[in-house]
Ligand binder design. Structure first.
Ligand SMILES: *[C@@H]1O[C@H](CO)[C@@H](O)[C@H](O)[C@H]1NC(C)=O
Length: 422
């Protein structure tokens, strides 16, 4: 989920040199087909990438109640199997913090979850939260205005409260269905829990919810960046001055270039990239394909608001799953009518929730997952059958397909009348 240190480090180095000369040299040096594909795929956006591999890809603009314009990506059917257009069950995929819809396609056909789902007969929708590369637009606010920064005044509370309902309603209207299966990774699970508690009517539209690395309570979080920020989390101005007032780590050429120059096979820095990711997301050498690092860094970070990070740090600091604390009594009264922000009421999340978790996840710790499990009305636990599986393995692991994706698909099929009635 987070590559903060590696990216901060890489960006600092990157701005001092000229990216293009090195990139060209790198391309010339690596003559293998794999290296070429990886460099090319790192520079394509999601629609270009998906179409390159022969899959249908639709881009839909979804406008939220508060004016954000979200780029939603859809793979309506498969390429090799289930490849005739037509109605079919919908799976909605929601990425994690600093990520985007790229998470679900970046490893390519046969490996990434979106392609596998399309081949298995699903209509695949991929959301992009406000502030990410594909959703950096608003009817009236300017994301590039550093002066007001109004565009960036949101945390994952708004993503769950505004973005998810808008995208889910849209996907159901276009596909003509009453309900869908939801899969989220990390923050993609947090925003679901926000929606389910603040907008409980949406539980009726969820046939099943699959939480990959569930994040609601974070008290046991072992990520060093979050632990560093937690003590400052209620002093909003101070916290913002530490990490920036508006956008945090936008997608840019610098990180793409850094991934290619520091994290590519044969570059001596690659172990540093790998080790930083293990530090932040849990160690798992066996499931980590470092060859793909430049590709991952071409698509991550995809942009987020600093308040998303501060909101998590608040939860760690106070050991709660609670709405964003605006840092002042008056700010909270204006937002919620109370001096303290209210807790998210998990008892309102009536949708069937499947928690897919692992003991080697510093960001979704076993004790926190257990607490979430106890407080949800309708939960089931699914431990990924590999103890070393880490936080980013849900997206990146070499064996994510056999360990996680196919078992999840079997579960979804067993829960969907389209498959079970036959
Ligand atoms: C790692 O990724 C590369 C590039 O896609 C691929 O050729 C290689 O087989 C992968 N390694 C493993 C162990 O899956």
């Amino acid at each position: 989920m987070i590559l903060v240190s590696v990216l901060v480090l890489c960006s600092v180095v990157a701005v001092r040199s000229s990216p293009h000369a090195d990139l060209v040299a790198q391309l010339a040096k690596s003559d293998s087909r794999i290296a070429h594909d990886i460099l090319e795929d790192a520079s394509l956006d999601v629609p270009e990438l998906v179409r390159k591999y022969g899959y249908p890809l639709e881009v839909h603009d979804v406008v939220t109640q508060d004016g954000y314009i979200l780029g939603v990506h859809r793979i309506p059917h498969g390429r090799d199997r289930n490849n005739k257009p037509g109605p079919r069950p919908v799976v909605f995929l929601m990425h994690g913090l600093f990520s985007s819809s790229a998470d679900w396609v970046v490893k390519g056909p046969g490996c990434s979850f979106a392609y596998i789902l399309a081949e298995e007969g699903f209509d695949v929708w991929m959301g992009n939260a406000r502030g990410t590369y594909y959703s950096r637009r608003h009817l009236t606010l300017n994301p590039n205005s550093k002066r007001t920064g109004t565009f960036w005044r949101f945390s994952w509370d708004e993503i769950g409260n505004r973005d998810l309902p808008a995208m889910i309603d849209y996907a159901l209207a276009v596909s003509g269905r009453d309900g869908l299966h939801y899969v989220g990774h990390s923050q993609g699970t947090t925003v679901f829990f926000v929606m389910g508690s603040l907008r409980p009517v949406y539980n009726q539209k969820i046939l099943s919810m699959h939480a990959f690395a569930p994040v609601a309570y974070m008290a046991h979080n072992e990520n060093p960046v979050f632990r560093f920020l937690a003590p400052y989390a209620l002093r909003i101005e101070l916290a913002l001055s530490l990490i920036g007032f508006t956008e945090f780590l936008p997608n840019n050429q610098a990180t793409t270039w850094a991934g290619q120059n520091f994290c590519m096979d044969d570059v001596k820095w690659q172990p540093l990239c790998t080790n930083l990711i293990f530090l932040l997301a849990g160690r798992n050498e066996e499931q980590f394909n470092a060859t793909l690092l430049p590709l991952k860094l071409g698509h991550t970070p995809a942009g987020a608001s600093s308040r998303q990070i501060i909101h998590y740090a608040q939860g760690i600091h106070q050991n709660v799953f609670r709405r964003f604390n605006h840092g002042t009594t008056i700010g909270n009264i204006l937002a919620y009518g109370t001096a303290q922000p209210p807790d998210y009421d998990l008892s309102r999340i009536t949708a069937p929730v499947y928690l897919h978790y692992t003991p080697n996840d510093p960001l979704a710790h076993l004790a926190d997952v257990e607490r979430l499990y106890k407080e949800l009305p309708n939960p089931t636990k699914h431990r990924v059958p590999l103890n070393t599986f880490n936080h980013v393995d849900f997206i990146w692991a070499i064996d994510a397909d056999t360990l996680l994706y196919y078992p999840t698909i079997e579960l979804i099929k067993s829960l969907d009348s389209h498959f079970t009635d036959k």
